[in-house]
Design a protein around this ligand. Structure first.
Ligand code: SF4
Length: 602
């Protein structure tokens, strides 16, 4: 099977480690290994957090792991499946000194290296006394883990390069921002040396990891340790090739191949009057065309494609007419650091994204915080405000270093607005700054585990494309509950979110041949719901309830009203068998086959 059934557990307090056979432990504890844990990602990790709640310190436990599909085509899995998952108690998701569950994921190439060490992931616990790298060396006969001193101030790319030079080709690391205490610090997943790092960003994993004094976790393995697929059936191998051809040239991934998220969403959102600008108050900015890749190409720019060992190659790297190459641009970062801050200059936006990547800051949250600050200043008659390019780049540096006004902004938009005023325009849910879609057209934000995150509960476009449904609570409840399985399974299986249309329908066959387990669509869907329910339990234990399933004031426009949200809440809770306070109940656990976790109910 394409999982090893082992994890590395490292106790930083005592500087000791063991390789745990988690599958055997599960068998002894529960009599079986659940499909959810075998699929992996958050399906495996969330349960690891249950026993340690409530959480008053997000830097006590950190899980890095993979899914059953994580690997390269040479390993017998489909292409586009290099995901590394990060689970943690989220610094941004704080309520009365307690922290809800967080997770993040990234492509890059670290995931296959983790599995080449003969483990499905790493569980870190405790804190070390000084900044270190946790180096798992499985390149020889024995597997060993060493702690090495690392400079907390080095950039994310410098850290990837340093690990690579030492023979650890797969790594994740926290930038300097995490060590400075930026609440929305990201972790970065290695791709290739001297190249773009992939961000696992949302919720503050970089601060959680840095708080443990871990700068990097790095992996050096061999292909022999990569777990082999259960079946070596020739017909299955041929079928995988057809799947890879579909990923490379089929319609299910066309948008990402041709336009990437940047061009694809510009083409989708601008005609709908749904491109967030000026802290989400303007959805139809007249200068939007200046950042449209098609417009740039007409004016002599070129935009090349690149990808993480994946034929979709959704990364878009622009070059200006003089041949100067800019930093990689994805839709969310371009919109939130661009139009949402009133900025339409590709050089500034690209530089802003680069600063975030090098310091290890979530570029989406950074864009949300600065946009709020610009509007807050405008209300006060102060500067800087929307469109100030130099101020934006300076603010990013100050946030990363927690200097000047950057100190308060580094707390995230919710806390900054609670201190400085103007909470009504703080565009966040559960502390997380919003993605680059209008808030009014996505009631799902209120129920998404991470907060205002578009992939956390994938209802971000349905409100824009279904004008006949958006005013109905029944319609919204069905959309929201219906989006849970796909949204969760994409954070479990190891495949990129952008492969979902091709790979999710094929999961029963993939699970059968790669894991040697028979699982129909219902069983897979149930596993996905289980992940959502366990996360919700963790949040409940930490004090999150129906009052936190909310939207910011600016979301209430057009058909979206507080009454519509309340009605939708009741219906969603009814479908998931939560109580009126939005809490998981015995009935919920019974319905989703999680009775064995009832002792953790708050
Ligand atoms: S679709 Fe894009 S993000 Fe996903 S694996 Fe391929 S290149 Fe990476």
């Amino acid at each position: 099977m394409t999982i090893s059934g082992e994890v590395l557990k490292y106790d930083l307090d005592n500087e000791s480690y063991e390789f745990l056979n988690w599958m055997e432990e599960d068998r002894q504890r529960y009599g079986e290994v659940s499909l959810r844990r075998m699929i992996g990602g958050i399906g495996f990790a969330f349960e690891e957090f249950l026993a340690d709640q409530p959480c008053t310190d997000p830097s006590r436990k950190f899980v890095v792991n993979t899914g059953f599909l994580t690997g390269l085509p040479r390993d017998g899995v489909p292409s586009g499946c290099t995901r590394t998952y990060i689970s943690f108690n989220a610094p941004l998701k704080e309520k009365n000194g307690r922290y809800g569950i967080g997770y993040a994921a990234a492509g890059g190439l670290c995931g296959p290296h983790i599995k080449s060490c003969g483990v499905d992931g790493v569980i870190l616990e405790g804190k070390f006394k000084s900044p270190v790298g946790v180096m798992l060396d499985a390149s020889g006969k024995d597997r060993e883990v060493e702690l090495i001193d690392l400079d907390p101030e080095s950039t994310t790319i410098e850290t990837v390069n340093l690990c690579h030079d030492k023979g650890f080709k797969g790594s994740i690391n926290s930038g300097a921002a995490g060590f400075h205490g930026v609440r929305f610090a990201s972790v970065h997943v290695s791709y290739m040396p001297d190249d773009h790092v992939r961000a696992a960003a949302r919720g503050g994993p970089g601060m959680a990891l840095a708080g443990m004094n871990v700068k990097a976790i790095a992996f050096s393995g061999t292909r022999d340790r990569y777990p082999a697929p259960s079946s070596d059936d020739a017909g299955f191998k041929e079928w995988i090739k057809t799947i890879n051809r579909e990923l490379a040239s089929g319609s299910g991934t066309e948008k990402y191949k041709r336009y990437g998220t940047w061009g694809g969403n510009w083409a989708f959102l601008v005609p709908l009057g749904a491109l967030p600008a000026e802290n989400f108050r303007n959805l139809n900015p007249e200068d939007a065309y200046k950042l449209d890749p098609e417009y740039l190409k007409e004016n002599g720019w070129s935009i090349s494609r690149k990808g993480c060992a994946c034929p979709i190659m959704c990364w878009k790297i622009p070059k200006d007419p003089s041949g100067k190459q800019l930093w990689k641009m994805d839709y969310e970062n371009v919109d939130l650091l661009g139009p949402n801050c009133g900025i339409y200059d590709p050089y500034t936006v690209s530089r802003a994204i680069q600063i975030c990547d090098l310091y290890g800051i979530d570029a989406m949250s950074a864009g949300g915080v600065i946009a709020w600050y610009f509007e807050h200043n405008e209300r006060q008659g102060k500067k800087p405000t929307f469109g100030d390019k130099e101020a934006q780049l300076e603010l990013l540096e100050k946030i990363a270093k927690r200097e000047g006004e950057g100190k308060i902004l580094s707390e995230g938009v919710r806390k900054a607005s609670e201190k400085l005023g103007d909470t009504d325009i703080a565009m966040q849910v559960k502390g997380l700054e919003g993605a680059g879609y209008p808030f009014w057209s996505n009631l799902g934000y209120a129920f998404a585990l991470r907060g205002a995150c578009h992939t956390s509960l994938g209802t971000y476009s349905v409100g824009l494309t279904n004008p006949e449904g958006v005013a109905s609570s029944e319609w919204w409840a069905d959309q929201i509950v219906g989006a849970i399985p796909t949204s969760m399974i994409c954070q479990m299986n190891g495949a990129c979110y952008f492969t979902r249309k091709v790979l999710i329908p094929e999961l029963p066959k993939l699970i059968d041949n790669l894991l040697g387990v028979k699982a129909d669509e219902d069983a897979i869907e149930r596993s996905a719901f289980q992940s959502y329910i366990i996360a919700r339990m963790i949040d409940n234990i930490n004090g999150f309830d129906s009052g936190d399933d909310n939207l910011p004031e600016r979301a209430f426009r057009r058909t979206t009203t507080p009454e519509l949200l309340e009605d939708t809440k009741s219906l969603v809770y009814e479908q998931l068998m939560f109580n009126d306070e939005g809490k998981v109940t015995e009935e919920t656990l019974d319905r989703y086959g999680l009775d064995h976790l009832s002792r953790f109910l708050p």
